[in-house]
Design a protein around this ligand. Structure first.
Ligand code: CP3
Length: 355
C-alpha cells in the first residue's frame, strides 16, 4: 500500500485564517476585524431586501439570510461573517409568541412573569424547529469565500430571559429582577431551560458549518457583580462548557466593566470588551492568556475619518501586537452609520496592523 501522507501538509484555509488564529492566540499577519451587526439597516442593499420581506421572514428564508450574510462580509472585506439571524428566534420553540413590530423592536406577547409562568416554558430536547437557521448556515458556507470563517451565535441566557420576562426591551429590568429576587428557584429553572436549548442550538449551528460561536449578553451590565455570580454566571458557564470541543467561543457583553473577571471566569476563548472599558486595562484584567475582541465606540463611526482612524490606531497600539486581538466595535453597528466610514475603518485596521 502506498503511504500517502500528502494531506499532512494541506492546511485548512479557515483554520489558518487570521480570525481563527487570533481566537487561538496565534500570530497573524494583521489584526482580523469584523463588526457586530455587520449586515443591517445601515446598508442600502439590506434595506432593499427588507422592503420585500419582514425581518422574521428574512430570518426564516435561508436563501435570503445567506445572501445578506455573504453580501455584507464580502462587501466590507471583513475577516469573518456572522450568520444573519436573531438572538430571540429561540424563544419561539421555547413557547413564546415573538413579533418584530415595525419600528418598535421585539415584542413577546405572552411574557413570563410569575413562577407559574415559568412552567409553561418548554424544556427542549430538540431544536429542529430552528432548521431554517442551520439551512442558512449551509447555504452561507457554500457561497462564502473559502477562507472566511462563519460565526454562529445565540443570546446569553440572561439577555434572552430578560426579553422573555419583560416582553421586549427594557430600561430598568424590573420584572426580570423581581422574579430573580422573589423566587430564585423559578429563576434558575427558567435560565436552565434557556441554557439547555442554547447548547443544542449552537451545536446544531456548528454541525451545519459555523466555525466559531458568539454568546451575546447585551444587557448583563444592569446587574451587580454579586447578582451576576449568583444568578447568571453558572448558566453562561454551562453553555460555554457544552459547546462542541475545538470550536472557539466568543463571550460578549456590554456595561461589563464591573464584572469583566466574572465573565471571563464563566468562560470563552475570546472575551468581548465594550467601548467604555480602556482596552489595555481590560485585556490586562482578563489576562493575556485569553483573546479579546473590541472595542471601538460604534458612535465613533459618525465622526470624521481622521478621528475614526485615530481611535482605531489607539486600540491597536494598546493591543501592542500581542496575538489574540480581534478588532470589533464595542457593541453593534447603528442603523444610521455612514457605510463609507465603515469601509474606511476596516481598511485602516488592516493597514495599520500589518506586521
Ligand atoms: O451581526 C449580524 O449582522 C447578524 C445579525 C444579528 C441581528 N441581531 C440582526 C438584526 C445579530 C447578531 C443580532 C443579535 C441581537 N438581537 C442582539 C444582541 C446584539 C446586540 O446588538 O446587543 C439583540 C439584543 C437582539 C434583539 C433585537 N433584534 C433587537 C433589540 C432588535 C431591534 C433593534 C432595532 O434597531 O430595531 C432586533 C432586530 C434586528 N436584529 C435587526 C437586525 C438586522 C433590525 C431589523 C430590521 O429592522 O431589519
Amino acid at each position: 500500500m502506498i503511504n500517502d501522507n500528502s494531506t499532512d501538509t494541506i492546511t485548512n484555509p479557515i483554520d489558518d485564517s487570521p480570525f481563527m488564529r487570533a481566537c487561538r492566540r496565534e500570530p497573524t499577519p494583521y489584526t482580523p476585524v469584523w463588526l457586530m451587526r455587520q449586515a443591517g439597516r445601515y446598508m442600502s442593499e439590506y434595506r432593499a431586501v427588507r422592503e420585500r420581506v419582514s425581518f422574521l421572514e428574512l430570518c426564516k428564508n435561508p436563501d435570503l439570510a445567506a445572501e445578506v450574510t455573504v453580501y455584507a462580509a464580502h462587501r466590507l472585506n471583513v475577516d469573518a461573517a456572522i450568520i444573519f439571524a436573531d438572538i430571540l428566534l429561540i424563544t419561539e420553540p421555547l413557547g413564546l409568541e415573538l413579533e418584530f413590530a415595525k419600528g418598535d423592536g421585539p415584542k413577546i406577547h405572552n411574557p413570563v412573569r410569575t413562577p407559574a409562568d415559568v412552567n409553561r416554558v418548554r424544556h427542549l430536547e430538540d431544536v429542529s424547529s430552528l432548521d431554517y437557521v442551520y439551512e442558512a448556515i449551509r447555504r452561507t458556507r457554500a457561497a462564502l469565500r473559502k477562507d472566511l470563517p462563519l460565526i454562529g451565535f445565540c443570546g446569553a441566557p440572561f439577555t434572552v430571559a430578560s426579553y422573555i420576562i419583560e416582553g421586549g426591551s427594557s430600561r430598568n429590568f424590573i420584572h426580570t429582577k423581581r422574579l430573580m429576587y422573589t423566587d430564585a428557584g423559578a429563576w434558575h429553572a427558567l435560565m436552565e431551560r434557556v441554557a439547555h436549548a442554547s447548547v443544542l442550538y449552537l451545536n446544531r449551528q456548528i454541525e451545519a458549518g459555523a466555525n466559531a460561536v458568539q454568546l451575546f449578553d447585551s444587557w448583563v451590565g444592569c446587574l451587580s457583580a454579586e447578582d451576576y455570580r449568583t444568578y447568571v454566571q453558572p448558566h453562561s458557564a454551562y453553555i460555554i462548557k457544552h459547546v462542541t470541543k475545538g470550536v472557539p467561543v466568543l463571550h460578549f457583553g456590554t456595561g461589563t466593566a464591573t464584572i469583566l473577571e466574572d465573565m471571563r471566569d464563566a468562560g470563552g476563548d475570546v472575551i468581548g470588551l465594550d467601548w467604555r472599558i480602556d482596552f489595555a486595562d481590560g485585556w490586562r484584567r482578563i489576562g493575556f492568556d485569553r483573546a479579546v475582541q473590541g472595542n471601538l465606540d460604534p458612535v465613533a463611526l459618525f465622526a470624521e475619518p481622521d478621528f475614526i482612524i485615530n481611535q482605531a490606531r489607539k486600540i491597536l497600539i494598546a493591543a501592542a501586537n500581542r496575538p489574540g486581538h480581534i478588532f470589533n466595535l464595542g457593541h453593534g453597528i447603528l442603523p444610521e452609520t455612514p457605510v463609507d466610514n465603515v469601509l474606511r475603518l476596516i481598511e485602516t485596521v488592516h493597514e495599520i496592523s500589518a506586521r
